[in-house]
Design a protein around this ligand. Structure first.
Ligand code: F3S
Length: 278
């Protein structure tokens, strides 16, 4: 069995940057998990004493606080900046961008529509920059019956699918007199998604590696499954099952933007042992 990695996979710019910041900071506490990958978070704790607090009330006597890649709620950021704690900002610049757009456009009187998961930390953070309560939706049918007013600004969670975002934008354009559409989906997401789509069309089994709480990893898995029915999402090599690879000729591998190379390597090495016995 051939094992082939997607043309683009794994760590994005924002996650790489956050990990470098955390490694350089040492002995710090992140507000919420730094990235959506538990194995990497454990490594940062063991090797660099970078611990994780669930929120600012849980930070204890930490001297340094790292803001996670997904950003945090505006009021929490203001509170922590006003304290004696040193604040190290690892928010991905692609997340800071929608935060700034939401703040600016809501100050100008636009109703804010966010395409995304309202329980995701990035969306919670972005939403908090609006002066009035934004509308957060995952599907266009959730917009039905809502009165928007005359001016709407629409943005997307960074890791969503473009085709779905266009449906939301399209819905609004046909119903509201002024709609400002901001493409806030990040390129790293596009590149990994395009590459997984291409590979999944050829492969007869696909392994997608990443945190099960990672939005972009779940998107990769969904795209892969659309093209290759035998697609599996795993966090580590222990979750692999030998039966997935029986009688398969091409195993495609991709990984979410917060998956470190050492995890990908462990998994590929394990699949190699199966392909020998195939
Ligand atoms: Fe940033 Fe995009 Fe990665 S938003 S954290 S570069 S997936």
């Amino acid at each position: 069995m051939e094992i082939r990695l997607a043309k683009n996979y794994g760590f994005c710019f924002g996650v790489k940057r956050a990990i470098e910041i955390a490694e350089a900071s040492k002995n710090a506490t992140t507000i919420g998990p730094l990235i959506h990958n538990n194995e990497e978070i454990n490594r940062l704790q063991d090797n660099f004493n970078v611990t994780t607090a669930q929120g600012i009330s849980d930070i204890g006597d930490a001297k340094k606080a790292i803001i996670r890649t997904h950003g945090i709620v505006k009021d929490d950021l203001a509170k922590i900046k006003a304290s004696d704690i040193e604040v190290i900002d690892a928010t991905c610049p692609f997340v800071t961008k929608p935060q700034n757009i939401v703040e600016r456009m809501s100050n100008k009187g636009y109703k804010i529509v966010i395409f995304g998961d309202e329980n995701h930390p990035e969306v919670k953070g972005v939403k908090s920059y609006a002066i009035n309560e934004p509308i957060v939706v995952l599907r266009e049918d959730e917009l039905e019956g809502i009165r928007f007013g005359h001016k709407v600004a629409v943005i997307s969670q960074t890791t969503r699918k473009v085709s779905e975002f266009l449906k939301i934008a399209n819905y609004l354009i046909t119903r509201v007199s002024e709609v400002r559409v901001f493409n806030t989906i990040c390129n790293a997401t596009f590149e990994n998604q395009d590459a997984v789509r291409e590979l999944a069309q050829e492969a007869d089994v696909m392994i997608i590696i990443g945190g099960k709480n990672s939005s972009n990893t779940k998107q990769l898995y969904t795209i892969s499954k659309d093209h290759c029915i035998d697609s599996y999402l795993v966090e580590n090599e222990k979750e692999l099952k030998m039966s997935w690879f029986e009688n398969k000729k091409l195993c495609g591998v991709s990984a979410g933007a917060s998956t470190p190379n050492w995890i990908i390597q462990n998994i590929v090495s394990e699949i190699e042992t199966y392909s020998i016995s195939n």
